[in-house]
Structure formats: structure tokens, C-alpha cells
Design a protein around this ligand. Sequence first.
Ligand SMILES: C[S@@+](CC[C@H](N)C(=O)[O-])C[C@H]1O[C@@H](n2cnc3c(N)ncnc32)[C@H](O)[C@@H]1O
Length: 223
Amino acid sequence: MSCFIQPCPDPHRLVLDNTRLVSPHLCPELSLHLVTEDCPWWRQSPEDLELQGIDEPFWGFAWAGGQALARHLLDSPGLVRGRRILDFGAGCGIVGLAAARAGAARVQAVDIDPVCEVACRLNAQANGLTIETETRDLVGEQVDVDLLVAGDMTYDAGLTARLVRWFRGLAGRGVCVLLGDPGRGFLEPGGLEEVGCYDAPADNDARGLWLRPTRVYRVRPSR
Ligand SMILES: C[S@@+](CC[C@H](N)C(=O)[O-])C[C@H]1O[C@@H](n2cnc3c(N)ncnc32)[C@H](O)[C@@H]1O
């Protein structure tokens, strides 16, 4: 997925002009630049945006899986304190920022969408936190971190299959891998240990009116 059909000339302005600084339902301790009900983009479908040359702004939402995983880290700082964290498919950076807030030694936020780097940096700034950002597809590569976190990345059958294979391999090499998934239906239960469950807002619910149980899983290593 590329973010813009034409490269975005000013991603910084794009994020600031199309979002509001708000706290996601499950993480009131963080403020993020998000597309809210009073933003024009709220009423536009991904297809409408594409007609304007804009790919779906995944970075403009704190997805249910990310909110649940972020809450899990904030409530269990022992998982992250002093550790090196990779927020894979970072979007707005909610999970990585929760790790930074909970005391991580280093947080890297990686996404294939270059606008995410800008959104993550603006969101880090808004919270007085520091995270590193990179635009890259890391799937299949070895990573030198203690904990890989992936919020709401299992939203597509093909992507989920690739990710689960990669995550199992990483877990086998000693990386702790945690996923947040609101039951999108692509994750097979085998090889996963449920470590938490949180009521996170459904997609298109900025106010937390339609909550859905959203699970946090630890990936077991492949045998
Ligand atoms: C549903 S959003 C989740 C964002 C964030 N983790 C959250 O929970 O709010 C999925 C994100 O995964 C990113 N993504 C998709 N495939 C990817 C890949 N192969 N490598 C890195 N990021 C990817 C998308 O660009 C998007 O930002």
C-alpha cells in the first residue's frame, strides 16, 4: 500500500488540517491528532478520499486493536519498562506512545505509509514523548528488539497469514510479540495466548458508544 497516489507535498499540514487533538476512549492519558466527527474526512469514504488523491488515512484513527494493546501496556508497565519496543504498523503511534509513556527505553514506530511518520512525531510531541519513526515494510526481517507490538494489524486474510508466520519465527528467537485484535475474524486461535481483553470502540465510533471486546494476545513461538 502506498499512501498517496501523488506524493503528499506537505504531510505535516495534511495531518494538522484534518484532525483534532483528542484522547482516545481507552487511553485518556494520551492526546492524539485524530479524525473526529467534526472533521470533514469523517463523512468521506476511502473511495471519496481516493478520488482526491488521498489513500485511506489509517494514521487518523486509534483503531480498536491499538487502543486495547496501548491500554494493556499502560496498565502493565513491567512489560515495557527499560525495554526496546517496535510498534509495527504504527498508524498514529498509539501503541508505541503508550510504551514510551510506560517507561520503554527505546520505541521505534514503523509503517509502510510515510504520513504515519509525521503523525507519530506530531503525536509524540503532543505528549512530550520521544519515539523513532521509519517508513518500511519489515515483514520477514529479523528485528533487534525485546518486544514487538502490533495493534489492529490482522484486518486482512493475506496480511494476517504473513504476519503470523513472521511473528511465530520472531517469538522463537526470543522476541515477545503482542497483538491487539477486535475479532476481525482472520486470526486463528492456535498459537496465541490471550493476555487481556478490553472494551474498545468499534470502527467509526469516536465517542466510545459501541464498544466491542478486543483481545490482546501473546504469540507463542513456532515449534
Ligand atoms: C488498522 S491500522 C492500525 C494502526 C495502529 N496500529 C492502531 O492500532 O491504531 C493498520 C496500519 O498498518 C499499516 N501497514 C499495513 N501493512 C503494513 C506492513 N506490511 N508493514 C508496516 N505497516 C503496515 C498501515 O499503513 C496502517 O497504518
